[in-house]
Write a protein of this length. Structure first.
Length: 296
DNA sequence: CCGATTACCTGCACGC
DNA sequence: TGCGTGCAGGTAATCG
């Protein structure tokens, strides 16, 4: 499911409920997801207060007062949902009980806010490619995060930086942009979308847009801008909802309606005056969507 | 250094 | 209706 915009949307959805709240009960309903849950998973969290909910690339970080940092990855199919209690009666009874999702509910976090409101946050992940790990200090140095590249949010990623990242690379742009060691947070959807916005072919050899010269400099600038804009636009739209992916409050992100190429094989290219048709090709075993007419 | 392939796991759309 | 096939937003290991 989730690339950076979806994970950021999840973070923003969970933040009001989790930040400053105390974990009163944590339950892992199976021994593992992609990896085994950390030793003493529940015991090390229960009774502790969550000081902050962060994100790095596609990873969520739950910072625990006087405890570890819980690193969460949603894999392909992971999602969180929030259930709020009545506040009046029957502790443990929650609204929004949806039988549909209960099948793959793997982790349950029961929290109490500083004001005393009880909530339940549930991690659901049918494919179980997600995982949860502890970082003992700052998560940035955890092996899982240490090698990550630049965030495509903000203004850090500019044409000069992107050119330096791509310089000398023989791989196609598609592979380079998917490489989390270079830029951290792009996935299969937003790479296709960014390349279309930049008018660059996913097959293009990465190093060729980084060479000195006016033309290449313009291209790396354009690609950096395209990456930043597509990520910013997707976050503003609440991410993309494919299949049954929903936000923590059950609502849908709507950026999928803004896709120019992803999953649009055979449709006309929407670049003004282009007249081309969106194609689907396979690179590194994964679908790439692009327009060969306007993406060079 | 690079790409392709495989693996992990479940659900769904599709064709027959 | 059922069954086989291929595909799906993730990362990582292995092999040429």
């Amino acid at each position: 499911m989730p690339e950076l915009p979806e994970v950021e949307t999840v973070r923003r959805g969970l933040q009001p409920v989790l930040e400053g709240a105390r974990l009163v009960r944590v339950e892992a309903r199976r021994p593992d997801l992609r990896f085994p849950f950390p030793k003493d998973f529940s015991a090390r969290l229960t009774g502790k207060t969550i000081t902050a909910l962060g994100r790095r690339a596609k990873y969520l970080t739950m910072h625990i007062d006087g405890g570890p940092v819980l690193i969460c990855h949603l894999g392909m199919s992971g999602s969180f949902r929030i259930e709020t209690s009545d506040g009046s009666d029957t502790p443990g009874v929650f609204h929004h009980e949806r039988s549909k999702s209960a099948a793959h509910d793997h982790v349950v976090f029961d929290v109490v806010s500083a004001e005393g409101a009880r909530s339940r946050v549930i991690f659901n992940d049918p494919r179980r490619f997600g995982f949860m790990l502890f970082a003992e200090g700052t998560p940035d140095t955890h092996p899982m995060l240490a090698g990550l590249g630049v965030e495509p949010t903000g203004n850090t990623l500019d044409g000069v930086l992107l050119a330096s990242l791509l310089e000398g690379r023989r791989s196609p742009l598609k592979a380079a942009l998917l490489d989390q060691r270079l830029i951290a947070g792009l996935g299969n959807i937003y790479v296709s979308e960014a390349l279309w916005r930049a008018g660059l072919s996913p097959l293009r050899e990465s190093g060729t847009i980084a060479k000195a010269g006016k033309k290449a400099a313009g291209q790396s600038e354009r690609l950096a801008g395209a990456i930043r804009s597509v990520i910013a636009d997707a976050i503003a739209a609440g991410g993309s909802s494919l299949r049954d992916y929903v936000q923590t409050d059950g609502s849908l992100g709507y950026f999928q309606h803004s896709f120019a190429v992803y999953d649009r094989e055979g449709e006309p290219c929407s670049t003004p005056g282009c007249g081309g048709q969106i194609e689907r090709i396979v690179q590194s075993g994964r679908s790439t969507f692009y327009c060969r007419t306007c993406q060079r």
